[in-house]
Design a protein around this ligand. Structure first.
Ligand SMILES: [Zn+2]
Length: 79
């Protein structure tokens, strides 16, 4: 129950958008890497190099971060 809620929840306690907490396939916690990944990629670093540096090596976990789009702020007025 808790795991399911964590996986589907897209907001953290401050109400800001958030990546799913765990990788859907293997269960590794990936949400704690999102802020650093976003910051470093926005600063011009290569995404693959950042993921390697963060220790996210499995491709199931890499797709969680690579494919994440922050849409909750866009959609929230319509909820
Ligand atoms: Zn994974």
């Amino acid at each position: 129950m808790v795991g399911l809620e964590q996986g589907l929840n897209t907001r953290n306690l401050t109400g800001k958008t958030m990546i799913p907490v765990r990788c859907f396939s293997c269960g590794k916690v990936v949400s704690n890497y999102w802020d650093e990944y976003k910051k470093r990629v926005n600063d011009g670093e290569d995404g693959a190099a950042v993921l390697d540096d963060l220790g996210i090596t499995r491709y199931c976990c890499r797709r969680m971060i690579l494919s994440h789009v922050e849409l909750v702020d866009v959609l929230s007025p319509y909820q």
